[in-house]
Design a protein around this ligand. Structure first.
Ligand code: URA
Length: 462
């Protein structure tokens, strides 16, 4: 057979053809196998390929092939020796979204309570998470505020932690899906980040490399979402579900509202503190949406794992596990196994040590009708909790506390947000950003439900 040249792949996609599997395979292999001395494919050709995909799209087969070839472009986690049910959750990113910190221990508690014949938890959650970027927070940055906690486990250590605890919370290793590193870096420079096809291949190749039996996707919609419209979020959710199912992983996507920060705190340590409070049985009223979403996502995971006959039954089970303290016991086990110092959970509030804070109060009375949640996320980033570019350090103690929720009636002078930073000079701009984005109305607003739609292999359900 004639060799496949990268330029021919680019030309065929540019001209609107459907690429053959061998062509996709050859192109991605060339990316992974090239060296400075042997430029099997150039950055210019990869950039042109990305733009051709951005403009022409991919059909279902091409997308499944691209995702699969990327998935196997480096190391993958092999969960088969554990003989357990592997399940994970992925969120497209939000503000104050800390559901992973509750979901991993909830699922681990169920898995620990029902071990396999080999004594391995019956459900395992190999959660490979990311860092904060742009207006959204990152699970790894939150976890790394726990002294000693190690997110950089290799795949052998991941397997050991799963055997012992039923869940592990780790970062991407450089050897998992190396093709995505190259593609993602070039997408950033070529205006092709927003392609739903490229997002699907990027996210799903990394999730499927965890060797999952099931995956629940939390695709955000609303002013704080990554995608600019409801339709685009829904299309992305459909592509991801179709791609997951094609590869043999049961996949469900929930379209969920991100019109305000989720829960009470948005930052790093303060988000860990909020979750520890909940797991220790203290439910602050402002954490209500966080608890509800965590239970619903866990409910779907438990249902797909065969531990609940419906997702609703799964959500009730998840709530019982939170209330009984079993999730907290599983949390302590996971954190200890990954080297974390458990003493910080004895009094989590006392570990919140911002050097500067300010309370933003309402300048008038009315109903809190809306806010640009992306702006709230950027305010959190400017306080020091997020990054301007990859690799920047983040502050453990910066962030905001939400005192009110959309739809609440507010009196003039009532506290809306408390801002925290480790540098007093960083308070002014975020305060102004928050002030500018809040809309108060005389009439009660209509608030969108937390769960907008559920997308599964059998279609969409309102
Ligand atoms: N997260 C990813 O990992 N990839 C994308 O393309 C977008 C979000």
């Amino acid at each position: 057979m004639n060799p496949i040249h990268p330029i021919d792949v680019v030309l065929r996609k540019r001209d609107g053809h459907s690429l053959r599997d061998e062509e996709i395979h050859a192109f991605i292999r060339a990316i992974v196998e090239r060296t400075p001395e042997r430029q099997l494919v150039t950055d210019a050709q990869i950039a042109a390929f990305l733009m051709a995909v951005f403009l022409r799209g991919l059909d279902a087969r091409e997308l499944a092939t691209l995702t699969s070839v990327m998935r196997f472009s480096g190391d993958t986690f092999d969960a088969t020796p554990l003989k357990t049910f592997t399940v994970d959750k992925h969120s497209t990113g939000g503000v104050g979204d800390k559901t992973s910190l509750l979901i991993a221990p909830i699922l681990a508690a169920v898995g620990l309570a029902a071990p396999t014949l080999e004594g391995i938890p019956g459900i395992c959650v190999p959660m490979i998470s990311g860092r904060s970027l742009g207006h959204t927070g990152g699970t790894l940055d939150k976890l790394e505020t726990i002294p000693g906690f190690n997110t950089q486990l290799n795949l052998q250590q991941l397997a050991e932690t799963l055997k012992q605890c039923g869940a592990a919370l780790i970062g991407q290793t450089p050897r998992i899906v190396p093709a995505d590193r190259t593609l993602y870096a070039l997408r950033d420079h070529t205006g092709t980040v927003e392609s739903p096809f490229l997002i699907t291949a990027s996210i799903m190749s990394k999730k499927l490399a965890e060797s999952l039996n099931a995956l629940v996707l939390d695709v955000k919609v609303g002013s704080g979402a990554f995608m600019p419209s409801y339709e685009k979020s829904k299309f992305l959710a459909e592509l991801m579900v179709q791609t997951g199912e094609t590869s043999g992983t049961r996949t469900v996507a929930l379209l969920t509202s991100m019109n305000e920060p989720l829960g009470r705190f948005s930052g790093n340590w303060i988000e860990v503190w909020e979750c520890v409070d909940i797991m220790q049985g203290r439910r602050h009223p402002v954490s209500r949406d966080l608890i509800e979403l965590s239970n619903i996502l866990s409910g779907w995971m438990l249902h797909l794992a065969g531990r609940a006959s419906t997702p609703e039954e799964g959500a009730r089970l998840a709530d019982q596990i939170l209330t009984s303290g079993d999730a907290y016991k599983a949390w302590l086990k996971i954190i200890a196994a990954q080297g974390g110092d458990l003493s910080v959970f004895e009094n989590p509030a006392s570990h919140h040590k911002p050097t500067a804070s300010r309370i933003l109060k309402a300048s008038q009375s009315g109903y809190l009708a809306s806010m640009d949640c992306k702006q709230v996320g950027w305010a959190v980033q400017r306080l020091g909790a997020g990054r301007a570019k990859p690799g920047d350090p983040v502050s453990a103690h910066a962030g905001i506390e939400s005192h009110v929720k959309l739809g609440d009636h507010i009196e003039e002078g009532q506290p809306l947000f408390t801002l925290f930073s480790e540098d007093a000079s960083l308070l002014d701009e975020p305060e102004q950003m928050l002030q500018n984005t809040l809309v108060l109305t005389a009439e009660p607003p209509v608030i969108e439900p937390l769960i907008r739609e559920t997308i599964s292999a059998s279609g969409a359900q309102p």
